[in-house]
Design a protein around this ligand. Structure first.
Ligand SMILES: [Zn+2]
Length: 499
């Protein structure tokens, strides 16, 4: 059994001014690619007769739309490697599902059509996806198996990929060929921060999937929330139930889709929300330390630019923070020029820099740079990679220099590259628990931040991934669609299509 592995994964916001280029992707091939997946090792539980064939895999930190030549380059390499791989029985297709490419609609369908053409009609394609991906009919039609994370935050991300591989191997071993897919979209578009599976109704809805999957005649069941920060017809929730019993697959897909529709108004933000000033005032007044605030509109891991100084300005506008009576740590505003200026000044030196708003220039008053006067309190310069070494994604490698500047009670971390602060290790030498307030560019809190937070608020801040979808100005999504058209929106036809 020869099974290839490859794909291209990014979540990219069409409302974000950033453009994702080839350098933003971590591209792996050969042994490095197989090294991503522990289950490809000998003795990992797969039959010895499975030969894993690494193609190419490209993954990037979420951002703005992918430049067309970057997409074409990665697509072309993937297709070439498929054609040169020799006979293949299947493909584990490791993608996200919310890729926006400049000048191209339904990028995943475009890529998948080309992959299907290169593979030929007989090989089975098993897609492992993020539940924030979109699933158009055109896209699902070219796949044989498709599954998605069942948890948000995605603590099951690697389990999802392994499930896609196991289902594919099981399918090929059984000789049953291509299963049916019952596909249906649900005219609901929700921001990720309203669909955490830690909370109802997503908890119960996603909790049903394992039981559906276990039914005789069903192979897999998946629900996609869809991606709210792209403006395409495909952006909406979807359900796919895969199986050999077409009537059962149709009935289960219909039932899951109906439940999603029925509970659409019950989805709430994962935590208490407020505008920036309300959240800051409540955090200052609270005895809970550290108090975390999510600057959700500029969350780089959802596709935000990550360079807005909006929250920095709001923090320093609060008297208790400006005076230092209350302390706050605010990582990380992307601004390479400001980082360079801090390195030039040196640790302990005073510095005056225009911070943020370069990627986001011109997108609105919230994108104005902030004139910061403070002291350089920390500098971090991770060792440069050896010459000729493969370049990883600095965002995920924690690469790039960073500088901390303190003004009054506020310490802001400026970064050379767009990067997330999700784990304790991401903060480097700065200890977030030593501050009264920690403001992170994130939506719902990733596990280590969640553990750390004595209390927490989700600030509904402006930016490329604004959680208030109605503020963004979608024009091309298919209507009617909840929450845009709630008045007089009659119950939709949720009859699945059998693919
Ligand atoms: Zn996701």
């Amino acid at each position: 059994m020869r099974i290839a592995i490859g794909g291209m994964a990014i979540e990219s916001s069409q409302f974000c001014p950033h453009r994702s280029t080839y350098d933003d992707f971590r591209v792996t091939r050969g042994a490095d690619l197989l090294g991503r997946y522990a289950w490809t090792r000998p003795g990992a539980g797969f039959a010895a007769e499975v030969e894993w064939v690494p193609l190419v895999h490209a993954v990037a930190l979420p951002g703005g739309p992918v430049e067309r030549d970057t997409y074409d380059r990665i697509k072309s390499e993937l297709l070439t490697r498929i054609r040169e791989a020799g006979p293949l029985d299947g493909l584990v297709y490791d993608i996200h599902g919310a890729m926006s490419v400049v000048g191209l609609d339904d990028a995943e369908a475009d890529l998948t059509e080309a992959v299907r053409d290169a593979l030929g009609p007989d090989a089975l394609i098993s897609a492992a996806m993020d539940l924030h991906g979109n699933v158009s009919r055109r896209f699902a039609d070219r796949l044989d198996l498709l599954t998605a994370h069942r948890l948000a935050p995605h603590e099951d991300a690697w389990e999802t990929r392994e499930r896609a591989a196991r289902k594919l191997v099981g399918r090929l071993a059984s000789g049953k060929g291509r299963p049916y897919r019952a596909w249906v979209q649900v005219p609901v578009l929700l921001p990720g921060e309203k669909t955490s599976t830690r909370l109802e109704p997503a908890k119960s809805l996603y909790g049903r999937l394992a039981a559906v999957e276990a039914l005789d005649g069903i192979v897999d069941a998946a629900i996609w929330v869809g991606y709210a920060w792209a403006d395409e017809e495909r952006c909406r929730a979807a359900v796919v139930v895969t199986g050999d019993d077409p009537d059962l697959a149709l009935a289960q897909a219909r039932s899951l889709a109906q439940e999603y529709w029925d509970v659409r108004r019950d989805f709430v933000f994962v935590g208490p929300t407020g505008d920036a000033d309300t959240c800051i005032a409540r955090a200052v007044a609270s005895p809970a330390r550290p108090f975390l605030i999510s600057d959700s509109g500029d969350n780089p891991t959802a596709g935000g630019a990550g360079d807005l100084a909006y929250m920095l300005g709001r923090l320093l506008a609060h008297e208790d923070l400006a005076s230092g009576r209350v302390t706050a740590l605010h990582p990380g505003i992307t601004d390479p020029a400001a980082v360079a200026a801090c390195f030039e000044a040196g640790a302990g030196a005073p510095v005056e820099v225009e911070v943020g708003g370069h990627i986001s220039a011109g997108t609105g008053p919230h994108a104005e740079p902030y004139r910061l006067t403070g002291t350089v309190t920390a500098l971090q310069d991770p060792a440069a990679p050896a010459p000729g070494a493969p370049r990883g994604n600095p965002a995920y490698d924690g690469g790039g220099r960073s500088a901390a500047v303190t003004c009054g009670g506020v310490t802001v971390v400026l970064t050379e590259r767009r990067r997330p602060f999700h784990t304790r290790a991401d903060f480097g030498p700065l200890d977030p628990s030593a501050y009264d307030i920690v403001v992170v560019k994130i939506g719902y809190l990733e596990p280590e931040l969640y553990e750390m937070a004595a209390d927490w608020l989700l600030a509904l801040t402006p930016g490329g991934v604004d959680q208030d979808l109605t503020r963004l100005g979608h024009r091309r999504i298919a209507r009617p669609l909840h929450p845009f058209d709630d008045a007089g929106f009659e119950d939709p036809d949720l009859t699945p299509v059998l693919l």
